[in-house]
Ligand binder design. Structure first.
Ligand code: SF4
Length: 386
């Protein structure tokens, strides 16, 4: 393969040949800003060569976001843990009538929001289980109430799986459901529920959940109707490297078509209190997934190292392995914590900023759509840059 002049220079200046162990062609593509194919992604995982994957991912990350690393002031609300599905990896769901089951009334949700009205939160993130009895009007009323309480805040609400469920319980088409939610005030979808697309894996993890094709079709509809979304990938359970890369490729194909994804979020499986009884992947694998995500998803601007799932130290290091966002203040989280996440359920702005600063990056407060709200000058990153 013929290298451009710039690539030739970068390649010889930065990368001693001995490091590559057969990944030279992938390095050349990255340095030449060319798209990796699925085999490339697979070979990166298979090589286990984290230094090279990390170096290349960081090269691409800095091309997109420079020395910036993003966080958001957000409030997470999980309105019910009652769910008709019983996904094997999920420690959050309960059956109706279980001692630990709960459903927040609209008044409970109002109180949660009012408790934080004095904070400059830019996003409210809402997801919950698929409740057997709540009518579609409960969700619409929830959105109206939030819009009234927080008119300037982006409402990022309901995973694709919930949207499809609302369509079933209301008898309305997915388009009608989205249109009513938009009219009430929703501006984005969180993008969860994708899990891992391979049918073999879904059969083990979540046989009752909508199949990958449906997840992609509903997401495509949302994008076409003007709603931006994130996309997640749950990894570290029973999937193969090839299945991880295929998942990323399916997201990338849809992004080519719609340009509707804002952020890609790899989420490590949390092993406690669920039927799958797997084990937690290690930091090495977490960083490799972040790096390969950055390299494969050349058409999604941002890769998130979600501190709640990864732990703050791993999220911090991930900023040097392709990711440029660590999520936010959160305030209250149940889904990952029920499954054994040992992190806190909230972080202050100064804790988030200090994580970023100590990693040598410049903290930038963002909104849901990565519009910059506040850039904090970072002495450390300035020093490192010079
Ligand atoms: S992952 Fe979601 S759909 Fe599956 S059981 Fe848990 S709450 Fe229900």
């Amino acid at each position: 393969m013929k290298k451009s002049k710039e690539t030739e220079q970068l390649y010889s200046n930065l990368l001693p040949d001995a490091c590559f162990s057969g990944l030279e062609d992938i390095a050349e593509k990255v340095l030449d800003n060319k798209r990796l194919n699925s085999d490339d992604g697979y070979r990166l995982f298979e090589s286990g060569n984290l230094p090279v994957a990390g170096f290349l991912a960081n090269f691409r990350r800095e091309h997109v976001s420079g020395r910036k690393a993003y966080y958001i002031r957000n409030q997470v609300i999980n309105y019910t843990n009652i769910c008709i599905n019983r996904c094997a990896f999920c420690a959050f769901h309960r059956k109706k009538g279980d001692r630990e089951s709960y459903t927040l009334s609209l008044q409970d949700i109002r109180t949660k929001i009012e408790d934080h009205l004095n904070e400059p939160i830019s996003e409210i993130h809402v997801v919950g289980g698929l409740h057997p009895d709540l009518p579609f009007s409960y969700y619409i009323d929830m959105v109206h109430m939030m819009k009234e309480l927080r008119p300037g805040t982006v409402l990022k609400m309901f995973d694709v799986v919930e949207i499809e469920y609302f369509s079933r319980i209301s008898g309305l088409s997915v388009e009608h459901v989205i249109s009513q939610l938009k009219e009430a005030g929703i501006r984005a979808l969180p993008g969860g529920g994708a899990e891992l697309f391979a049918p073999r894996v879904r059969k083990i993890l979540c046989p009752e959940k909508i199949p990958a094709e449906k997840w992609l079709a509903v997401t495509k509809t949302a994008h076409k109707m003007g709603l931006k979304t994130n996309a997640t990938m749950l990894y570290g359970h029973v999937e193969t490297f090839r299945e991880r890369v295929d998942h990323m490729a399916a997201i990338r194909d849809l992004q080519d078509e719609t340009q509707g994804f804002i952020n890609f979020i790899p989420l490590p499986y949390q092993p406690r209190h669920n039927r799958l009884k797997g084990i937690r992947t290690d930091a090495n694998d977490d960083l490799m997934v972040q790096a390969v995500s950055r390299l494969m998803l050349d058409n999604i601007a941002h890769i998130k190292a979600f501190w709640i799932y990864l732990t703050p130290p791993v999220a911090q290091v991930a900023l040097n392995y392709g990711s440029d966002d660590i999520d936010g203040t959160v305030i209250e989280e149940h889904v990952a914590h029920e499954a054994g996440a040992e992190t806190k359920s909230a972080m202050t702005v100064s804790e988030l900023e200090s994580l970023i600063t100590q990693a040598g990056y410049e903290p930038v407060e963002r909104d849901t759509f990565f519009n910059e709200i506040r850039v904090t000058e970072n002495e450390n990153s300035a020093i490192r840059r010079n």
